[in-house]
Write a protein that binds this ligand. Structure first.
Ligand code: NAD
Length: 493
């Protein structure tokens, strides 16, 4: 067996093992063989990382001119572009995501650092129209302190960028906890961070499990904000943990995103968007458009075309440039997918295509594009987040009916509408209770576009102009502008 690649954690600018020397292995989903070993952070490792971040916060970093911090962000962006090939390969080995996607993503993510570099010196304060004589009062925005950034396995580079870039731009320091399911890319990324010469302790990367590592981090008394992306159950733990340190929490959680196709939609365009939305990244995407509502006039014809397209998706090795769908990342997820499909079929769901493990390889968990017709959207595959390539399909008659059905789910992350009537596109978008609506398109991200959900999909937005302010707090400063002493020390004015 080939020797495992060994990673270390990045704490206070140094590469370290866990003080317990404990390690765990990470698997390559293509063959489910371990390929790398990473440290398992203990409570005291977490403490070391947080204290390093706190020291850095008390040091020069927040005092640098914004344009100086921006320079580091631009360097991070440049390094991402220069190393996109390598990062893409590592990400593909560790997650099973397609190299053609991970490589492009590593390049594109650089733009998040460029964007927040540009914003670093654009956040202004205010002068208050104060109601008192001889007083001038202003507000400024100050950095928060140590940020705990916790990311899931599926898009770590992207989900780190949406936290790290605004946090650094505003002068905070950060401890990133990578996912135990695919930690390697974050250590490769930490090497690039180190090469920028950023002061020690400003960025720290640790690896470990929810317990003890995640728990210790999210309840640590020096952590001031937790920026979390992951599942709703984990979010509940984190909120409970944050009762210990009273830190601010932002949550980017799961989704069960609905997509409606009206009779007048451009069908070819809709099929492309729906295919990207649910079968891209083998459906392992938080914004996966996994509930499809087809208007009755096009139902049969559209569904046939869509399933013909789905059957043609090329399943294969994730490094192969021809591959369109790679493996499911881990066995736990495969089990969730299979269990939900089984229950749905027992309850009357009708399989249109897929539904069983794919024979491409019996080492990795390859699962084909699966489409299941459901008479109601309370069947398991139409209701639960599966994080896999499974599309539930339902029929609707009217706009009012479909809006109500689209809203009838605990999540509210993304949504989609296909129609050639843009007035309707706008109406439906306004009526859907979700953080994102795509009209006649799907699966787009941009540093300029806020990303995040409502309802059980979480709160707080990442990316976009607004998000930069989420990494600051407002401070009010009062100036007394008279040369005369103040009067009556025992009265509040
Ligand atoms: P997860 O919730 O299991 O894990 C996410 C992270 O939380 C991991 O780093 C994990 O170690 C950590 N964690 C686990 N228990 C913890 C605890 N008690 N305290 C602190 N940290 C803890 O999620 P996952 O399975 O890795 O990822 C899939 C989920 O993430 C899906 O629900 C998906 O929809 C969601 N997701 C959301 C977005 C978004 O932006 N809304 C993006 C990607 C993924």
């Amino acid at each position: 067996m080939p020797e495992l690649k060994k990673y270390k954690m990045f704490i206070n600018g140094e590469w370290v093992n866990s003080d317990t020397e404990k390690i765990f292995e990470t698997l390559n989903p293509e063959n489910n063989k371990p390929w790398a070993a990473v440290p398992e952070a203990s409570v005291s490792d977490v403490d070391r990382a947080v204290k390093a971040a706190q020291n850095a916060f008390e040091g020069e970093w927040p005092k640098l001119l914004p344009k100086e911090r921006a320079r580091y962000l631009r360097m991070i962006g440049d390094k991402l572009r220069e190393n996109a090939e390598h990062l893409g390969k590592i990400e593909t080995i560790d997650t099973g995501k397609l190299y053609r996607e991970t490589y492009k993503q590593a390049n594109y993510i650089a733009e998040y650092y460029d964007y927040y570099a540009g914003l670093a010196d654009k956040v202004e304060g205010t002068v208050l129209p104060i109601d008192k004589p001889n007083i001038q009062a202003i507000t400024t925005r100050i950095p928060i302190g140590v940020i705990a950034a916790i990311v899931p396995w599926n898009s770590q580079m992207f989900l780190t960028a949406t936290k790290l870039a605004p946090a650094l731009a505003m002068g905070n320091t950060v401890v990133i906890k990578c996912s135990e399911l695919a930690p390697a890319t974050m250590f490769e990324f930490a090497k690039l961070i180190q090469e920028t010469g950023i002061p020690k302790g400003v960025v720290n990367v640790i690896s470990g499990f929810g317990e003890p590592c995640g728990k210790a981090l999210t309840s640590h008394n020096l952590v001031e904000k937790i920026a979390f992306t992951g599942g709703p159950e984990t979010a509940r733990h984190i909120i409970r943990n944050s009762a210990e340190n009273l830190s601010e929490v932002s949550l980017e959680l799961g989704g069960k995103s609905p997509v409606a196709v009206f009779n007048d939609a451009n069908q070819e365009n809709a099929i492309n968007g729906i295919t990207a939305g649910i079968f891209g990244a083998s459906g392992q995407s938080c914004i996966a458009g996994s509930r499809l509502y087809l208007q009755e006039g096009i139902y049969d014809e559209f569904l046939d075309k869509l399933s013909n397209r789905a059957k043609k998706i090329k399943i294969g090795a994730p490094m192969d440039p021809e591959t369109e769908m790679g493996p499911i990342s881990n066995y736990k997820q495969l089990e969730v997918i299979e269990k939900n499909i089984k229950l749905t079929l027992e309850q009357g769901g009708r399989l249109k295509c897929g539904g069983q493990r794919h024979s491409f390889s019996n080492e990795g968990y390859y699962f084909p594009a699966t489409i299941i017709e459901c008479d109601n959207h309370n069947l398991p595959v139409a209701e639960n987040e599966l994080f896999g390539p499974v599309l539930s399909v339902m029929k609707f008659k009217t706009e009012e009916e479909v809006v109500s059905k689209m809203n009838d789910n605990q999540y509210g992350l993304s949504s989609g509408v296909y129609t050639s009537d843009l007035a309707r596109g706008m109406r439906v978008s306004k009526a859907i209770r979700a953080g994102i609506t795509f009209v006649n398109t799907y699966r787009l991200i941009s540093p300029t576009a806020p990303f995040g959900g409502i309802k059980d999909s979480g709160y707080g937005k990442e990316a976009g102009l607004e998000s930069i302010k989420d990494y600051t707090r407002v401070k009010t400063t009062w100036f007394y502008t008279s040369d005369e002493p103040t009067l009556d020390p025992f009265s509040i004015r």
